[in-house]
Design a protein around this ligand. Structure first.
Ligand code: 2HG
Ligand code: ZN
Length: 470
């Protein structure tokens, strides 16, 4: 028997033959990423139904020298859950582990298996008046495991933090096939190291998340959604400052959308902005259990007009209008993809450096891709910009990445704000990361996965993770 046929029969013993996928047709959806820009060739796809089955799969892969690529909803933007083309990697899909194990509206927690779809978890919570405030456009396909593995951000980070801030407990299958159980429903727990943090954002390179306890919040009774256009970035930042001052903790989203992005949406997503354009658009949302938000939003808008920051604006009159405004924001990525290929940069800089970053990035880009089209949008309140370059056939992607990321580093920013490094940004991270970051990453990897069994080539290059892949 070849190694592969031995593997297939061992995995079939663990999960049942029909859950070990091998035909090209069956593995195809697991082998290509959402953007269709990365395709691998897995040894097989295995779909365990329980934590002990995941552990069994890990043990067999380890014994037979196959590495593992954990995968959730396959909606990531950095190809972090896609195998390489060696045919030596097993895609371990969590998509059969979808149970909502418990929901506690008083303690405000929900315990779910890793393959539960984010939207389903949110719906379950909202049935009891609670909310899991992780708002991303891919919520219909993203899984809790994937959201945790990438420490996903999204539209409400400003108010509720990243996934890390909303994760109370984890169950993780480690590289030696043992299970670390830490499904605690506690807000306070300083007993020893907070080891769950090692796995959040580790993109499946340190362990496989099989279940999680997430923190919930109450569903706010009132909300106000506003779309406005502003003259320039300084005006947007000043308006953010004013909004924080006047709306404070009720501010739940402060999204920035460039006029070019609105153009793309109008052209490729057939949606129309209800207001006149400025250089930038802002989607501002405030939510609260207390009333009075609408007055506060209108006052901010009026002040913005008076000072001359705001060009045009609308406060949604109904839920339907609010949804229409949000639809504009939620279609940016899709419109960009429909136009053609693009090179994404998921960057963050301190808010006070955003203007300088943009000016420097534009000048730097001009040296390697003169006249390149841009799709700039993001989460201004978090200092997180999606600096996406619309690719043309003659563009040198590596050169573009380098100049953009150099400017990010110059301004004290991060080259991976909320999507993860995946495989797309590994080289760039190695190029720009501080020594301490790389040394500690490699120490952690060596301690938890000394043989490089888990997701080699993601975050760290395969050679640092000692891949045994054939
Ligand atoms: C968003 O903010 C997502 O909508 C996707 O993070 C960003 O498409 C992108 O670059
Ligand atoms: Zn984003």
């Amino acid at each position: 028997m070849t190694d592969r046929s031995q593997l297939l029969s061992a995995l079939a013993d663990v999960v049942g033959g029909r859950y070990v996928l091998t035909s090209n047709e069956d593995v195809a959806p697991y082998a290509t990423d959402w953007k269709r820009s990365s395709t691998g060739v897995p040894a097989c796809v295995v779909r365990p139904a329980s934590t002990s089955e995941v552990a069994g799969v890990v043990r067999h892969c380890r014994e037979l020298g196959f590495t593992i690529v954990p995968q959730g909803g396959n909606s990531g933007l950095a190809a972090g859950a896609i195998p390489d083309s060696s045919a030596g990697q097993v895609v371990l899909s969590l998509n059969r582990m979808r149970a909502i194990r418990s929901l506690d509206p008083v303690g405000m927690t929900i315990e779910v298996e890793a393959g539960a779809i984010l939207q389903t978890v949110r719906e379950n919570a909202s049935e009891v008046g609670r909310m899991l405030p992780i708002a991303i456009a891919a919520e219909g396909s993203a899984t809790i495991g994937g959201v945790i593995a990438t420490n996903a951000g999204g539209l409400n980070v400003l108010r509720y933090g990243m996934t890390r801030d909303l994760t109370l407990g984890l169950e993780v299958v480690l590289a030696d096939g043992s299970v670390a159980s830490g499904l605690r429903h506690l807000r306070k727990d300083n007993a020893g190291y907070d080891w769950k943090q090692w796995f959040i954002g580790s993109e499946g390179t340190l362990g496989i998340v099989t279940a999680a306890v997430m923190r919930l919040v109450t569903v706010p009774r009132h909300s106000v959604t506003t779309l406005l256009s502003v003259t320039n970035l300084d005006a947007a930042i000043s308006l953010f400052e004013l909004t924080q001052q006047d709306i404070g903790e009720a501010l739940s989203a402060f999204e920035l959308i460039s006029a070019q992005s609105i153009d793309l949406i109008e052209r490729y997503a057939q949606l129309k902005s209800p207001i006149a354009a400025g250089e930038w658009f802002i989607l501002l949302e405030a939510t609260s259990s207390l009333s009075g938000l609408r007055d506060a939003a209108e006052a901010v808008l009026a002040a913005g007009f008076e000072i001359g920051w705001v060009v045009d604006g609308v406060v949604a009159e109904s839920d339907m209008q609010a949804r229409q405004i949000w639809a504009l924001r939620e279609h940016v990525t899709e419109a960009e993809a429909r136009r053609g290929s693009s090179l994404k940069h998921d960057i963050s800089v301190p808010l006070t450096r955003m203007g300088a970053f943009l000016a420097d990035a534009e000048a730097a880009l001009e040296t390697v891709a003169p006249g390149a089209g841009l799709n700039l949008f993001g989460h201004l309140g978090d200092g997180n910009l999606h600096y996406n370059v619309l690719l043309e056939p003659d563009h040198d992607q590596q050169a573009i990445n380098r100049v953009v990321h150099d400017v990010v580093v110059k301004h004290g920013g991060s080259i991976s704000a909320e999507h993860g490094l995946g495989q797309y940004r590994v080289d760039e991270w190695l190029r720009v990361a501080p020594d301490a970051d790389l040394r500690l990453a490699s120490t952690l990897k060596t301690a938890l996965d000394p043989d490089g069994l888990l997701n080699p080539g993601k975050i760290l290059p395969s050679k640092l993770s000692h891949s045994k892949a054939i």
